[in-house]
Design a protein around this ligand. Structure first.
Ligand code: BV8
Length: 234
């Protein structure tokens, strides 16, 4: 890959955090932290029983707060520090491992576990503590309107204006650790490809939209992404 790229987009999914010890969604027979994603991460579930969903994420927060970035996240920092190109990270992950690895230009299109949004006034703030439906918004002081700033199924994604700006311009699209099942993120590679980008997929296996990738690098991202970065920097 001797070509020099000017606008690199890296799309990451749960697989990039697997070697940091965090569960992926579609690994254990459709169950995720003993729940079906579709039963918990939906706007209907939240409206029906907000504390059930709050508790699910309250239990998850300490584990994500303690998680450490792995060589895959660190390889992105090495690329951003040494490769003269715009490099943006579009992540589906709600953990903060990209930030902990000091990655720049990270866009959490499915939200973040350490952010809470007030459905009354729109205020977004950060916390790693438990949140319940009785809590008051620190901005408008109204109780019962707080929601994890996480994009549930049936909700629009965050930062789509940024995504719409980045994909048509990108000349290298790297997908790392995502099964390509959840839309619209799973369709991003198609936009990049139609815009003329080279497309590379890093995964443990062939995924459902593998036909859209020019190149597949099979193996754990903690090994394959550092290798790809070294190849780009050569
Ligand atoms: C929306 C937040 C508009 C919660 C998440 C029918 C057809 C098509 C689409 C739909 C449909 N019905 C409904 C839809 C739309 C729906 C959707 O796509 N559903 C799917 C199930 C079909 N999408 C939405 O609702 C989205 N919103 O469309 O808005 C709209 C508005 C109003 C009304 C209607 C529509 C919202 C989607 C966001 C949902 N929120 N997360 C939380 O995270 O707690 S999605 C959730 O799954 C995660 O965010 C995650 O990003 C996402 C995908 O999972 P992956 O990251 O890919 O993880 P997965 O486990 O699947 O795969 C891991 C991969 O890593 C595997 O391939 C594995 O092989 C690999 N791997 C493992 N270890 C390693 C590795 N690779 C490398 N190294 C390793 N070590």
């Amino acid at each position: 890959m001797a070509k020099v790229y000017r606008n690199i987009v890296i799309l990451t999914g749960a697989g990039i955090s697997a070697e940091s010890g965090l569960a992926t969604f579609r690994s254990a027979d459709g169950l995720w932290n003993n729940h079906r994603v579709e039963d918990v991460a939906t706007i209907e579930a939240f409206e029906r029983n907000p504390d059930y969903v709050h508790d699910f994420y309250n239990q998850m927060r300490p584990e994500l707060m303690a998680a450490k970035p792995n060589p895959a996240h660190l390889a992105i920092t090495k690329l951003q520090n040494n490769y003269c190109s715009k490099i943006n990270i579009i992540t589906q992950n709600i953990d903060t491992l990209h930030e902990k690895a000091n990655n720049q230009n990270v866009w959490h299109i499915h939200g973040q576990i350490n952010q809470i949004v007030c459905l009354n006034c729109g205020h977004v703030y950060e916390t790693w503590s438990d949140v319940s439906s009785e809590d008051k918004c620190p901005q408008c002081q109204i109780a019962g309107m707080l929601k994890p700033n996480i994009v549930f199924f049936g909700e629009n994604l965050l930062y789509m204006d940024k995504v719409d700006e980045l994909l048509p311009k990108c000349d290298l699209f790297i997908s790392v650790g995502t099964s390509g099942v959840v839309y619209p993120a799973a369709g991003f590679v198609q936009i990049a490809k139609f815009s003329g980008a080279d497309t590379v997929e890093l995964n443990m296996e062939q995924t459902s939209n593998n036909y859209l990738f020019d190149r597949h690098i099979l193996g754990p991202a903690g090994s394959t992404l550092p290798q790809l970065v070294d190849e780009l920097l050569a």
